[in-house]
Design a protein around this ligand. Sequence first.
Ligand SMILES: Cc1cc2nc3c(=O)[nH]c(=O)nc-3n(C[C@H](O)[C@H](O)[C@H](O)COP(=O)(O)OP(=O)(O)OC[C@H]3O[C@@H](n4cnc5c(N)ncnc54)[C@H](O)[C@@H]3O)c2cc1C
Length: 492
Amino acid sequence: MPKILVVGGGYAGFYTAWKLEKHLRQGEAEVVMVDPLPYMTYQPFLPEVAAGSIEPRHAVVSHRRHLKKTRVVTAKVTKVDHATKTATITPEIGEPWEESYDQIVMTAGAVSRTFPIAGVADEAIGLKTIEEAAAIRDKVLTNFAKASNLPAGPERDRLLTVVVVGGGFAGIEVFAELRSFVTDLLKSYPELSFDDTHFHLVEAMGRIMPEVSLETSHWVLKNLAQRGANVHLDTQLASAVGGVCQLKAKDESIQTVESDLIIWTAGVMANPMVKGTDFPLEPRGRITVQPDLRVVDEDTVIADAWACGDVAAVPDLTGGGVGGMCVPNAQHAVRQAKQLAKNLVATLRGEATVDYKHENLGAVAGLGIGIGVFQSGKFAMKGFLAWGAHRGYHGMAMPSWERKWRVIGDWVGGFFLGRDIASLDDRETPRAAFEAFASRPKPAATEEPAAVAAPAPEAGTPAGAAGPAYATPAEDVSKDAAPVDGEKATAK
Ligand SMILES: Cc1cc2nc3c(=O)[nH]c(=O)nc-3n(C[C@H](O)[C@H](O)[C@H](O)COP(=O)(O)OP(=O)(O)OC[C@H]3O[C@@H](n4cnc5c(N)ncnc54)[C@H](O)[C@@H]3O)c2cc1C
């Protein structure tokens, strides 16, 4: 039975495996999917997760629950040698192993692309994973709680300032969602006022959201300004050392903003793991494929190798796209994966493949509760209706009804009950509370020479019985709480 190895279980990998399960006949091929994460992340929901409108666990789709016929391997693919059809799989614990395959599908996606700006690597956080989105939510909440105890001043300002770098879709969505979240949060913090909160978005270009028309992007800018959120166009982040952001405008003027939360959304790049493969890469580091999604080296098709999603340069046959290639988005990744699965099965059966072609459906963005934009060609919708379209589209696009219901449940719950505003920031150090009171073994007594008499048993220990090997918490606490005499306490 031929083995199909799917590298990556995000949008493209998950859908490829899901559709292969559907199209393959019993015993026709074995599907193995490898991803270091046990779930697929529905990335368009990350801004709403960061803003507390969707529970983090509800925005991911468990591989094992939904891929019943696929062998799911939770590990990284660290090398692919297609010449010998072997992939090196490296688990988090244990030895790496070589997995042979007959067909390979590369879908390892993209990672945040940064520039060597001082401080960014140390201070900023990306928005590509569910963990990042959940951490942003908790950070906003924790910072609010801290700020509410402080008098007005730079320390409090820093905690109540959000800086987002990048005015693309992801950047604007998270910026606007957080603005909505923070405005909501003020109702629970009488110590703080709207004017105490500060929002800055930095965009190097002269406009935001290239996916929508200029007119629609202007509407978004105006809407954000009305909501007290500053967008700095033609401006670059020059430094973020220690959270001190230097925003350098085109005219070289510099504005300094200090922030405890710097979110980097200024672009993505193909997953650098592809450098550990022998597949052809184009200048932007993506695997080159032909329109039927088979890997191609100039004009030579690489047999039994496929790629799609953000990691692949897929020709856009509609004539759109950037440089003639499909733009990296979920709309393409899902549809490419579905076509790829069909083509792969067709190839196994000796049938012809079909080229991938998809007319852009448009773009829809949520900008906080009750506000959104939608653009398809020249048609645009703004405000409440567009927000409804955003939720309607993504609610339905979430894979499986099991997940759809959870997300819709969050929205309905949020509508009637409001957002949940408790920070679980302490989950970063989940053992701290336990460890603070946990008793530890007494330090081992240094071995006494045989001639020295054994120490007298402690008070309360039956004669001849060995003393306790470790202090009980009660013993520790009582000694700490009420030392009998000063000397004993000092000795301890
Ligand atoms: C905040 C945000 C909002 C977005 N909103 C939209 C939107 O509204 N509409 C839209 O169309 N698109 C949107 N996108 C883009 C969209 O999510 C991506 O284009 C899409 O996820 C690409 O799918 P993919 O499968 O190629 O990559 P991914 O979904 O990123 O999946 C890649 C997978 O590969 C795995 N992987 C990584 N390294 C390895 C390795 N070494 N071995 C094995 N597996 C590996 C990863 O763990 C991951 O699961 C958004 C993206 C972001 C970040």
